[in-house]
Design a protein around this ligand. Structure first.
Ligand SMILES: C[S@@+](CC[C@H](N)C(=O)[O-])C[C@H]1O[C@@H](n2cnc3c(N)ncnc32)[C@H](O)[C@@H]1O
Length: 280
């Protein structure tokens, strides 16, 4: 059997199991199996696949057909300019979260020396992307999940930014060290009883602790804002990712805790995606 034939077999299985991106996913999984990139596979479609490789590939297809996200199967996700190792302990970094990175970088001069806190750091994708671009800045990443912190530390190591970042495994509610120039957070903000209605990929595979925003979706948003109001320096800025319909209520909470000059940023789909506020 050659690469073209095994790709077709993979696509067919995925299509029959309602995986929408069946062709792309089959290619990505073959690329992961053979440890060569996609364009190279497409140039070598007549190559014969070894029995052992076929077995590995079909096992990956079996996982994908049960809706396991590609990023968990292949073990990484591209975000901003790097590949981040991911597993089931962390949310898969989303393209819309790159807006937060972009806005923070707009705020920071190239040689600035700010202290930045990332609340709910997960894989570390936000804070590590920022530190990589701003070599004078230092960061702290906090997460309630021990395994997320393990992974974030690993990502810091492979990206060679270990000595400008510290990670702490703690509930942000119990964290009270220092004051920060900037605070960033992509908190869990999904209304609890809507989680079961999400795509299978998300609902059945991504960690609940990374999604669950409580009964009204604002439990963690409120906690992050409340804590940030103590942890941030005067005139410091808070960059918060929110759900597309949460801007109005979030602005009220921000004002309650002394954050003003709010700017709402939309994503590519023109939906409200993040709020930048200054602590007065
Ligand atoms: C939506 S995910 C964001 C992950 C990552 N920052 C990203 O943007 O891909 C939210 C993260 O907050 C963490 N988290 C939830 N509740 C927390 C709490 N009370 N204190 C600290 N971290 C918390 C979760 O474990 C999860 O990693």
């Amino acid at each position: 059997m050659n690469y073209q034939e095994i790709l077709n077999q993979g696509s067919k299985i995925l299509k029959l199991n309602d995986i929408k991106s069946y062709n792309l996913d089959s290619e990505l999984l073959l690329s992961s199996t053979l440890k060569i990139n996609r364009p190279q596979i497409l140039l070598q479609l007549n190559n014969k696949i070894k029995n052992r490789e076929k077995e590995i590939f079909l096992n990956l297809i079996k996982r994908r057909k049960r809706s396991e996200p590609i990023a968990y199967i292949i073990g990484f996700k591209e975000f901003w300019k790097e590949k981040f190792k991911v597993n089931r302990s962390v949310l898969i970094p989303r393209p819309e979260t790159e807006i937060l990175v972009e806005r923070v970088l707009d705020e920071l001069r190239v040689n600035s020396k700010k202290k930045i806190l990332d609340i709910g750091t997960g894989s570390g994708c936000i804070i590590l992307s920022i530190l990589k671009e701003r070599k004078g800045c230092h960061g702290i990443g906090v997460d309630i999940s021990k395994n997320a912190i393990k992974l974030a530390k690993y990502n810091a190591k492979i990206q060679h930014i270990k000595n400008r970042i510290k990670f702490f495994n703690t509930d942000i509610d119990n964290f009270c060290s220092d004051k920060y120039d900037l605070i960033i957070s992509n908190p869990p903000y999904i209304v609890r009883n809507t989680i079961n209605g999400l795509d299978k990929d998300v609902r059945d595979h991504e960690p609940r602790i990374a999604l669950d925003g409580g009964l009204d979706g604002y439990t963690k948003i409120k906690l992050v804002i409340k804590k940030s109001s103590n942890l941030i320096k005067k005139n410091g800025k808070l960059f918060l990712e929110i759900g597309f319909d949460q801007a109005k209520e979030t602005l009220k909470i921000l004002n309650m805790y002394g954050f003003y000059n709010n700017k709402i940023v939309k994503d590519l789909a023109k939906k409200n995606r993040c709020i930048i506020s200054t602590k007065i």
